[in-house]
Design a binder for this molecule. Sequence first.
Ligand code: SAM
Length: 356
Amino acid sequence: MASNNNLNLAAQGKNDEFYTQYDDIQNELNCYYLYDKNFLRGKTVLLPCDDPQWSNFTKFFTMNFKLYGLKRLISTSYAAEKKKFIYKPMRDLFDDKDLPQFDCSKDFSHGKIFQLEAADLAAVNRPLDALKDSWRYLDGDGDYRSAEVKALRDEADVIITNPPFSMFRDFLKWILDAGKQFLIIGNKNCVTYKEVFPLIMHNKIWSGARPWTGGMWFVSANAECVDKVIDGQNFKNSPSIWLTNLEHGKRHEPLPLMTYEQCEKFHHKLRGVGFQRYDNYDAIEVPATSAIPADYQGVMGVPITFLDKYCPEQFEIVGLDRYTVPKEFLVGGRVAINGKPTYARILIRHRRRGDD
Ligand SMILES: C[S@@+](CC[C@H](N)C(=O)[O-])C[C@H]1O[C@@H](n2cnc3c(N)ncnc32)[C@H](O)[C@@H]1O
């Protein structure tokens, strides 16, 4: 039976079935809206790799369609038979079985598309009522790489989603190849990928507004991949962040810093040790973003989490240890102190230096 085969596949494959909570979407989008109330006005927003029937992305943008002044909202889903976990952990926004569009011969094998324009909302009392009438089956399975979904990408101005974790690199390329604006969720480590870091370094893309601490909680479709259960719903914590090329105010807030002398005197990671220099690269080791000295003019190695606080007017990114320090000098792929490799380090310096 098809469903059993899929359950077997699920057991072997990577799990991409994590669903984003409404609050996480709302909190993030609020930051862009507060920065520029017209940031999506007149635009077509595509939510690929979504599930219009229960997705909080679809729900949020339907509810806020008017406020944001959208021209068009499109949401597409991946066919149920292609999903690694077919158990549906979210409550449906509408029951499709009773609707004239429902077709049991397509429901498992085809993706779905939901499209909304201002006129659709004008025809209903509550925005979410528009969902019922505004969907149909895609011709194919809804794979974002299909010609059908690519054509939707090309029509869109902005692409927003939590893409399959296992395909992050390819998905970002898919967006950037089409030169689109985007807001997506990825694992924290994605910032170090060779396809991603140079874009961050050259300020083409950046971290979203949500602080990096604590990870994000997703609704999990896999009963074996659960960190907590609330009201019978499974949640998984994942070290995830938002990545974007949309403007938000937070990235222009400069970090308040202590002087070199104060850091050595007061910072708990430096007291009694002071700033150390790397053996294999001309820079000082800064063990925490809060220990970046305000008055040091050379290159500093900082933890990856610095990107959560990175203000491009305040700092210049010089590189990432593994891509910047010549391979033959790296120790275990890293900069090192007294022969011991540090954790991964981003190399930065102040923009307004005394010598400028
Ligand atoms: C991390 S989940 C996020 C779902 C939804 N966007 C959300 O945040 O609630 C990623 C989704 O992408 C779907 N997916 C996996 N591979 C895909 C592909 N090649 N094309 C389109 N969707 C895919 C998965 O089935 C899964 O539902």
